[in-house]
Design a binder for this molecule. Sequence first.
Ligand SMILES: C[S@@+](CC[C@H](N)C(=O)[O-])C[C@H]1O[C@@H](n2cnc3c(N)ncnc32)[C@H](O)[C@@H]1O
Length: 255
Amino acid sequence: MYYLNFLTQVHERLQPRNYLEVGIRNGGSLALSRCRSVAIDPAYSITAELNAPVSLFRTSSDEYFSREDPLLPTGGQPFDLAFIDGLHLFEFALRDLINAERHASSRSMIIFDDVLPRTIDEAARVRHTTAWTGDVYSILGVIAKYRPELSVITIGTLPTGLLMITGLDPSSTVLSDHYTEILEEFRHPDPQPVPQYVLDRLTIASPEKVLDSGLLELLAEADPSITPDELRPRLTSLIESTLGRAYAPGRGIAS
Ligand SMILES: C[S@@+](CC[C@H](N)C(=O)[O-])C[C@H]1O[C@@H](n2cnc3c(N)ncnc32)[C@H](O)[C@@H]1O
């Protein structure tokens, strides 16, 4: 399944009230949103027809999230869904994750693009291929080590996979507290040491199974005031029973 077809279903079933997109380019993925949206890209050139009230920011995600109130366009409401597809360098993706979670709620979902490079060349930090994932894949190892309580599902969408993260905790400072040591451990010079389990696409969930799992409906129907501790056991039991134990928190692809 092509990633935009999968994301179409996510928007329809999750019914987010507020959507964040980092990395817009021509608006292909932004056009899927039907709700209040905040979209950030220093060099967007939108050709797609948009279908939602969108606040566009021609800036980097770092600059946007350094502003006094990044939730100003949503009237202070958290993002129920965030799609992170900006600069494909590990440290940028990590900061996008930290910022997206900080402005989410416990029932939100963050989706990363490009976590499954098909070759070592495609994962290079210094781009030299047409299709480029960069080293965003390193986010998998970071979550396995520092945030094993998160539910993480790597999805085999075309062309280069998606990473779905739930069980979020906007009050968590673990990643920002360990930012420097995380970079030391997980940022590597080229050629990238892409783990074999990533290249072989082991422990990848099929997009169809994820859509049929009931996960999106569970989040859509969750009480907005639910805490991470209340939601996580429900996520774990649903994911284990529909997708298998390999996807349970702490047991993901990189553990
Ligand atoms: C792969 S494209 C996005 C494609 C789009 N999400 C889609 O699926 O149709 C990546 C985009 O990230 C943008 N970008 C680069 N650096 C960025 C940054 N620091 N913050 C936000 N966006 C960035 C680029 O300008 C580019 O348009």
